[in-house]
Design a protein around this ligand. Structure first.
Ligand code: SF4
Length: 431
């Protein structure tokens, strides 16, 4: 069980779209589940496309969606976008504080500001005042983003050089951390002076070790909820590892209250992978199938890669967290299937299907998918009807007789290397 760092709590949303709490544990609040965010990739002023993208992300499981508002046409469009969506929306503001005011006026649920490009105290105070009055006087929160690429004082390079010089000169992270903490303190003082505490903080970087260092330091100094992310993580193929290593490390340490994984790809992947990360860490209750599958090896006798992708696709709309194991053979199949609600061990162009540990079918390869789906859906129906429970076995899983039904290990048995009963099965585990 991960002990979450206690923070103040902020609420994002309203009665119409629902309210997502972020963080908690202080001031009598209960920590909210870690939420998953994403951002639209298209133009906000292309209203229909924007609405479709937001709804797609919400359907994929995004708790909060951010949109860019670089132009007046974008904040204008928000007035039409917002009534058509059912998820809290954050306006991403850079350079023009007026966009923040317009977004608040349009009814957005949260603002993201960056001290690196909206630093004028009066402008920040205007945005704070508008956010305080928004949402019928209940207020809306602001994320302060001190991301590595944008925190630098762009207008004054000499100032940056001075800041960087001397202190921590032999520590690349030290330079950034010193600037980041200083800027955060300076910036947050404006908010505190205006009695505004509905704040979340982000400190993203493309460097995973810097992300860990930055959020760790911030978590020690500020009690606002933290929005975790690795910025510019690149394509999904490499960005997954780049993102989940630091985010997983921080979350497992109890640091982090809302996350955004960012890929140069369809943002739906960001939501799917963010949720999976939280499920794996036990930070969110799983929604949908929990799919276990073997990587295959020289023992495989069916097209398991295709089978497992087909199973994933066909079960993607399942809501209950049914654990399904798709295993290539009896070697590791029984072990993995032990904790599964529905399992299949394949071999010799056939598959044996188990539900709650009980064998229910032995079918040729061509029929595996359909039968497996039928058993999954029938099991889901039984769970919904209260006739079966997730994770409960009717009987203990017994692997198929290697001589009989699937023929897996037949050669070894013939050579006297393995017994014919389950208990003296001596095939070594390969993984
Ligand atoms: S030994 Fe493991 S990896 Fe190989 S086919 Fe069997 S279950 Fe899959």
């Amino acid at each position: 069980m991960i002990q979450r760092r206690p923070t103040r709590q902020v609420a994002v949303g309203d009665d119409r779209v629902g309210v997502v709490q972020i963080g908690g544990g202080k001031n009598g609040t209960t920590p909210a589940p870690v939420s998953v965010q994403s951002m639209t990739a298209g133009y906000t002023h292309e209203i229909d496309t924007c609405v479709a993208e937001i709804n797609k992300l919400a359907a994929a499981g995004a708790d909060i969606v951010r949109v860019a508002v670089p132009g007046k046409n974008d904040t204008q469009a928000l007035k039409e976008v917002l009534p058509q969506v059912r998820v809290p929306i954050v306006a991403d503001v850079h350079f023009h504080f007026g966009r923040a005011l317009e977004a608040v006026e349009a009814g957005v649920h949260k603002i993201r500001l960056n001290p690196g490009n909206i630093s004028d105290r009066k402008q920040v105070e205007e945005v704070i005042a508008a956010c305080k009055q928004a949402n019928g006087g209940a207020g809306i929160p602001i994320r302060v983003g001190v991301n590595e690429g944008s925190i630098v004082e762009r207008k004054d390079k000499q100032k940056r050089l001075k800041e960087l010089g001397g202190v921590f000169s032999d520590n690349k992270h030290g330079h950034f951390l010193a600037i980041m903490i200083t800027k955060l303190e300076e910036y947050l003082d404006i908010f505190y002076d205006n009695d505004f505490y509905d704040i979340t903080i982000s400190a993203k970087s493309p460097d995973p070790s810097l992300v860990i260092a930055a959020y760790t330091e911030i978590s020690k100094r500020f009690d606002h909820p933290l929005h975790l992310g690795v910025t510019h993580a690149g394509p999904k193929e490499t960005g997954t590892i780049r993102s989940v290593v630091p985010l997983g490390h921080l979350l497992a340490s109890g640091v982090g209250d809302t996350i955004r994984i960012s890929y140069a790809n369809d943002p739906v992947y960001e939501v799917e992978d963010g949720l999976e990360l939280l499920y794996c860490l036990g930070l969110r209750k799983r929604v949908g199938v929990d799919l276990i599958g073997c990587p295959t090896c020289g023992r495989i006798q069916v097209d398991l890669f295709t089978l497992i992708q087909d199973v994933r696709e066909k079960l993607k709309d399942l809501v209950l967290p049914i654990k399904v194991a798709v295993m290539g053979c009896i070697v590791n199949g029984p072990g993995e299937a032990e904790g599964a609600d529905v399992a299949i061990f394949a071999g010799n162009q056939r598959g044996i299907i188990y539900v709650q540990g009980q064998k229910v079918a032995n079918v040729p390869e061509a029929e595996i998918l359909d039968r497996l789906m039928a058993e999954c859906l029938a099991f889901e129906k039984k769970v919904r009807a209260g006739e079966a429970k997730l994770g409960e076995k009717v009987v203990e899983i017994a692997p198929p007789d290697p001589i009989g039904e699937l023929g897996s290990g037949f050669d070894k048995i013939a050579a006297g290397q393995v017994g014919s009963s389950v208990t003296d099965l001596t095939i070594g585990k390969s993984e």
